[in-house]
Design a binder for this molecule. Structure first.
Ligand SMILES: [Zn+2]
Length: 232
């Protein structure tokens, strides 16, 4: 009779010798299962020495075979050693995390906007022109930004930022404000300009996006102090 292939054989009756045999088989099977599930090849503490026996690197103990080592790993000494090691590893990990979070904080202060985790094309080419209005003698600034690789779905945007809102120039200087330009995957660029009131007249503050040449222009005029303090 072939017991191995008989389904439900554990319910069948048997003599003393077959009971002993099945008990031995059971133990062998369990040992094999344990060896497989623990995978001693990945155990960092099991070392096979040149005499063919096994050592536990954690407890510095000797074992005649893998099964004996396995039994040792379930023992108190080894378990306490594992607990101590896990505690030390956790401590080390926490220290590393603290170190890396310090680096993140340091780098975040050097960018105006929180960096997004995506590829940037780079900075746009730009030119700034200073002039005076021929009629009013107002100071005028004109910004030209070139975005040759900007996708058609994007249009550049501008934004003003106070000295206290920006994070690059430290300490903040209230004599300045910042003009930012952002467009798609290009890097945002900022220009520091005098913190003086701007002329909001629609002919004195003009933006223009040329989607063909991919050129964005912004022209602004400062209100001259003489204008804001003028009396009628
Ligand atoms: Zn051990």
């Amino acid at each position: 009779m072939d017991r191995q292939n008989r389904v439900g054989s554990k319910f069948g009756g048997g003599g003393v010798s077959s009971a002993q045999q099945s008990e031995r088989e059971r133990k062998e099977r369990l040992k094999k299962l344990a060896l497989e599930s623990i995978d001693l090849a990945k155990d960092p503490y099991l070392v096979k020495n040149h005499l063919g026996s096994y050592e536990c690197k954690l407890c510095l103990t000797l074992h005649r075979d893998e099964a004996n080592y396995l039994a040792h790993t379930q023992g108190k000494k080894h378990q306490q050693g594992l607990g101590r090691r896990a505690y030390l590893d956790k401590l080390k990990e926490q220290q590393q995390q603290q170190a890396s979070s310090t680096i993140t904080q340091t780098t975040s202060t050097s960018t105006i906007l929180p960096s997004r985790p995506k590829l940037r094309i780079g900075r746009p080419a730009y030119q700034v022109f200073k002039s005076r209005d021929a009629d009013t003698n107002q100071r005028c600034l004109s910004f030209e930004l070139h975005y040759p690789e900007l996708g058609d779905e994007w249009q550049p945007r501008h934004r003003f930022m106070s000295a206290f809102e920006q994070k690059i120039d430290r300490p903040p200087d209230r004599r300045y404000q910042y003009l930012l330009f952002a467009a798609g995957d290009y890097e945002t660029v900022a220009f520091r300009i005098p913190n003086e009131p701007l002329d909001k007249d629609h002919e004195k503050f003009v933006t223009h996006w040329d989607g063909v040449s991919k050129k964005f222009t912004l022209t602004l005029h400062f209100q001259e102090p003489s204008v804001s303090f003028s009396r009628s």
